[in-house]
Ligand binder design. Structure first.
Ligand code: F6P
Length: 320
């Protein structure tokens, strides 16, 4: 394999740039030619590819977002769109593609591989919802960003004896909400994976800790649960504690990647190129007990990621 391309696709995640840099540098180290695809799979459909040199990826290891831009591409989900992408790869002589993104991007990579373009994927999403992988690129940075913001909210909440209901990103996944919730000492953590009882899990807990002298509260709510304004009103009515809702929003996806994410991204990018060099395709790079491993994309997409109920139980036990 002598000519490959690298794509960032789906929601951006801090550390994507570090992964692109690692792919580009590894490929050049191995005497390969490497192209950057602009704006996710749309770049393959529209033939927007840029040749990458060693210096094309200078000064990006520390930057959030993705300098290759990204997109969710509805056109790529159609047969016509995919055929255009395949035609671009064939015309350009692209023999392999590294796709950096979440599970939606993995489906695209699986479909592209099935049409004769070998792909390897690298998990990058703040949601940490890739079943075969213990930590995705961007998750650690986003958790630290949420912690930073909630620490600031706590100052004002504490000063006013208020309750803050905080919405954290994650339509289908509560990992970010739970990890940040533990780290900020939230009273309650609500995630899509675990049903909750308004009275028992919020009101009673607030009343109990109020009786022991606590007067401000943080309730962390995953985006998938939603309705934080309504929830704040209900909490105020049921407890008498003045309550405000805050939606953190897309700020959670930005910012400089942490050391953990930069290193993870660098390792995964390097591993992905070596997989292609070994003639492997349709693989997901993953990390397990700090070792890099790889899985078949189709098998990885079928795996379920059980929510960490032990961690969730622990969070509840110490949030009294
Ligand atoms: O997948 C990452 C993520 O940030 C989710 O947490 C969130 O639900 C979704 O993307 C938001 O997507 P968009 O930026 O397209 O609105």
């Amino acid at each position: 394999m002598r000519k490959i391309a690298v794509i960032t696709s789906g929601g951006d995640a801090p550390g994507m740039n570090a992964a692109v840099r690692s792919v580009v540098r590894t490929a050049i180290h191995e005497d390969m030619e490497v192209y950057g695809v602009v704006r996710g799979y749309n770049g393959l459909i529209n033939d927007e590819l840029v040749p990458m040199e060693l210096r094309s990826v200078s000064d990006i290891i520390h930057r959030g977002g993705t300098t290759l831009f990204t997109a969710r591409s509805p056109e790529f989900r159609t047969e016509e769109g995919m055929q255009k992408a395949v035609a671009t790869c064939k015309r350009r002589g692209i023999e392999g593609v590294v796709v950096i993104g979440g599970d939606g991007s993995f489906r695209g990579a699986r479909d592209l591989t099935a049409r004769g373009i070998p792909c390897v994927t690298i998990p990058a999403t703040i949601d940490n919802d890739i079943s075969c992988c213990e930590a995705t690129i961007g998750y650690d940075t986003a958790a630290n960003t949420v912690i930073d913001m909630v620490d600031k909210l706590r100052d004002t909440s504490q000063s006013h004896d208020r309750c803050s209901v905080v919405e954290v990103m994650g339509r289908h996944a509560g990992w970010l909400t739970m990890s940040a919730g533990i780290a900020v000492g939230a009273t309650s953590i609500l995630v899509p994976e675990v049903p909750y009882d308004f009275q028992k899990d919020i009101v009673d807990k607030m009343k109990m800790s109020s009786a022991t002298g606590k007067h401000h509260f943080i309730i962390m709510v995953a985006e998938g649960i939603g309705h934080v304004d309504e929830l704040a009103k209900r909490i105020e009515e049921a407890t008498g504690v003045e309550t405000r809702a805050t939606i953190l929003g897309h700020v959670q996806r930005g910012g400089n990647p942490t050391a953990r994410d930069r290193i993870l991204a660098s390792r995964m990018g390097n591993y992905a190129v070596h997989l292609l060099l070994q003639g492997k395709s349709n693989r997901v790079v993953a990390i397990k007990k700090d070792q890099l491993v790889d899985y078949d994309i189709t098998e990885a997409l079928d795996m379920k990621k059980p929510f960490d109920m032990d961690m969730y139980r622990m969070a509840n036990e110490i949030s009294i």
